[in-house]
Design a protein around this ligand. Sequence first.
Ligand code: KIV
Length: 259
Amino acid sequence: MVRIRQMKGRGRLPCVTVTDAATARWAEEAGLPLLLVGDSLGMTILGYETTLPVTLEQMLHHTAAVVRGRRAALVVADMPFLTYQASPAEAVRNAGRFLQEAGADAVKIEGGRERAPTARALVEAGIPVMGHIGLLPQSVKTAGGYRVRGRTSAESAALLADARALEAAGVFSIVIEGVPPAVARRLTAAVGVPTIGIGAGPHCDGQVLVLHDLLGMAAEPPPRFARRYVDLRGHAVDALRSFRRDVEAGRFPGPEHWY
Ligand code: KIV
């Protein structure tokens, strides 16, 4: 965490979501210092429409796999919906499982001022916390869908108060999702901990992308703010089609594959 905190104002911090030991190894090999086990895995690999159905047990399962695959990168686990909202005490018990059972280094929770007492309780219990403000996927039902936050001066002022409250509560970094670049710049300048943007323009201290968007693992095009660096799904389907054809035609296995 100290490593991440020290990155404030010293260049850009890249972060990617990972879901299992294999993708954690890929990200390590690529030199990524910060891995997020995001509850977006509910959509990217579990097939849900939102992150809301993702459970604590599912997140623990995936986080433990990621930890087995990483060597040096810091692993942050997303606390899923309803595992930290009911009370700070319940949040401490649930967050503790990510460190104790899954081996995570830190947890991430969504929310600003309303979640600052929870963030403080976690930090006081010895659990490093990453905050998350702006567009909050776990609040999609109450917040009017997945829309950009901070377009009005009232929303922008609220985000500033949220970022400051989280910093005062002791978080070591803050994800800023879905806000205009100028607002993200103001938030980044206002806090002493690194901000990590997603759909928040270029002025944050770091950038995070969902691995499945970055690698082109889904059929749908990635969101506008993301960049698809490779069409992994296309390559995978091509490879699988070749395998099917080879088996059907008797070309696989050839003598070179026999014992
Ligand atoms: O779950 C997730 O992937 C996230 C990122 C969008 C930051 O929280």
